[in-house]
Design a protein around this ligand. Sequence first.
Ligand SMILES: Nc1ncnc2c1ncn2[C@@H]1O[C@H](COP(=O)(O)OP(=O)(O)O)[C@@H](O)[C@H]1O
Ligand SMILES: [Mg+2]
Length: 448
Amino acid sequence: MRKSEKHYVCSNCGYESDKWFAKCPICNELESAVEYNTADVTINTGNLKVPDIVFLDQELPPAKKIPTNFQEIDNVLNGGLVEGAVYLLSGDPGIGKSTLLAQIAKSIQIPQGFIFYVSGEESTEQVVQRFKRLEIRNKNIGLIFENNVDVILNAIEKSNITPSVIFIDSVQTLKIDSIDSSPGSILQVRESTRKMVEYAKKKNIPIVLVGHVNKEGAIAGPKVLEHMVDCVLQMELEGGSGLRLLKVAKNRYGPTDEVVLFEITQKGLKPIDNINSFFLSDYSNESGNTLTIVKVGQKLLPIEIQALVSNPVYGSPRRVTSGIPLDRLLMIIAVLSKKLKLPLESKDIFVSSAGGLRISDSSMDVAIALSLISSTFDTPLSFSTIAFGEIGLDGRIRGIPLLEKRLELSQKIGFNNIVIPKNLSPKKNSIVVAESVKDLIKLFKKGG
Ligand SMILES: Nc1ncnc2c1ncn2[C@@H]1O[C@H](COP(=O)(O)OP(=O)(O)O)[C@@H](O)[C@H]1O
Ligand SMILES: [Mg+2]
């Protein structure tokens, strides 16, 4: 073991020497030598704790999960709420977070234990009314109306009930007395969360914290919350469809690829179970309509794209989209105008995704282009077709991720006429490879 020795370092340029120097030989700085000791590498073997060493061939007990029995939620959570884990359920005010928590509380059955639902935000009346409206009368739910973290935890401790889950609605209302700032401030939110995280770990109880999102899309106050919790569930409004999308933004216990779409009804959030056909239910092969499969969150979703190309009513042509980014549409219009000499520049153009579902997946480009061509000539595609591919500025159709999976899903939902980019050799005649937008014209009936 090396003994600590004296060294000198120039505070100006970092030159090191074993001897003191009045003037640094490198940078000529005067009196810049600072004495320092090299680290003492002697190991202190005193009264330190000895942590267990984990070997990779050793069986670790799996994280224990509490199933919520709310099928779609259990899917998103890969089986349920993990004991001792802290979840953040974030979303805009009014999106349905409190409703979702109430429904999860309802579906947790008595054998799985007791639920504390803490509300610091709404009055007893408001919460009880919601539970009544949702027809929740479970005896295994205890409501606590309080926002002081210590009072809440004390109430839980004194109840002599060991809950299987604690819901906190919301983290922005929590406060700790010893912190001199108001509830909702970054400090209060962060420290309250820290205390809740500690409690969850110590007692091995999952805690779900509701967090409101502010206008900028960050969880109000601190983004830092996301780092403190184990899982982040985000609830978003899906475009003009009015549907609520629940997705996993972070998950320490599993993948983040499940999403659930809900309708909001008088009786609460109702999962859309036939998600593969939900956005296709009104589809028919009329002019302007094309099908595609897009990635929403991590989920592949079949969806209809509709376009209407018409003569402008007023002077300058309008471009209106619903669910589809306008700049994407403008790019596709420019490419089709240039490469196919399509007379789009002077037309009014409307493009929407079914239900206004917000899509950012550029693999829908070819479907948009087909819808535009179809509407321009008022001619439907020869067959009901599902189309994939991203369009480049040069008019070529580029490969897309998850093509095999999209093909599989197309066939599963009963569509065999498929347009794909060239990055895969087709196994069936009904699969058409399109290398450029020029190839898209062939997909329409002759004389159209
Ligand atoms: N009496 C009611 N009947 C039907 N729907 C209601 C009723 N009250 C609230 N809702 C629906 O529930 C939503 C509010 O959900 P809530 O769970 O309170 O949102 P959050 O907790 O995210 O702020 C409203 O946007 C509304 O659509
Ligand atoms: Mg609420």
